[in-house]
Ligand binder design. Sequence first.
Ligand SMILES: C[S@@+](CC[C@H](N)C(=O)[O-])C[C@H]1O[C@@H](n2cnc3c(N)ncnc32)[C@H](O)[C@@H]1O
Length: 270
Amino acid sequence: MEINKQKITDLIEEFKQKRDSVTIKPENLTKFETVALGPEFLSYMNGKGGYYAKFLNFLIARLRPATIVELGNREAVSTVSIFDAIQSYQAEFYTIDIEQDQRFCPEHMYTDPKVHFLFGDVASYEIVKQLPRKIDLLFSDTIHYNFQIQDEFEIYQHLLADKALVAIDDIHLNDKGVFFDAIKFDKWDLTELCHMSGWGLFLFERKQPIDVATQEQNLTRSIMKVWEKKYGKVYAELSKPTFSQKLKESIKKIGFIYKAKLAVGKILKK
Ligand SMILES: C[S@@+](CC[C@H](N)C(=O)[O-])C[C@H]1O[C@@H](n2cnc3c(N)ncnc32)[C@H](O)[C@@H]1O
């Protein structure tokens, strides 16, 4: 994918002018008419609260990234808008979630060979091993905490093409801004345009080209690092003494002090 800072900036400006003319094809919106909460979610698709769905559609239609990965897709507003954009060219689209609730995806999405639905934790090896190794566009919209986006980038940096776009939803929710603020690549805070709770885009560029074997090694190391950290926290929690253990310890101490006092008393009496 041919991209640079100026091209992205120009596309953002162009989208600002054209956003209301960006539309999703009616055949891809059929589920919004029949499934519960359809009208509400269609309004998000059409720009209520921000234009992120239309922006993703526009960006993809214009840049034509060959490989797209989406992290978190329930109920699939963004997923449908990405799908709509890739219908006009050859692309591979992987979309991942723990939950099987892609209620707004039209039936023909499930049989389209360009689309790959994966179910599981985005940070798990089972998911990562099924993904392509040169992602051109990564869109992250899972849980909105700094630790989650940190973990995702720790792993997915090794899956990105040498130049890739990374879009992140809700960058101003909770402590997620910590991640976006620290990014050293060219970046755009598109909150006002795309989503009132925050929406960011950055242009990842690998400084040194890396061979496939080293990249796989780094990937494995990063997955281990993320899971060691996750389990380390759980283990530390589990290793903390429980209330009843603390109580027993205190009773033992009190008993010891009482016995010691008696012993000292006896010695002093003598
Ligand atoms: C905000 S929703 C996604 C919305 C969707 N992108 C859209 O615009 O319609 C977040 C989703 O991320 C999923 N999720 C959270 N943590 C995840 C993880 N570690 N792995 C996979 N999916 C995850 C949740 O199950 C939830 O469905």
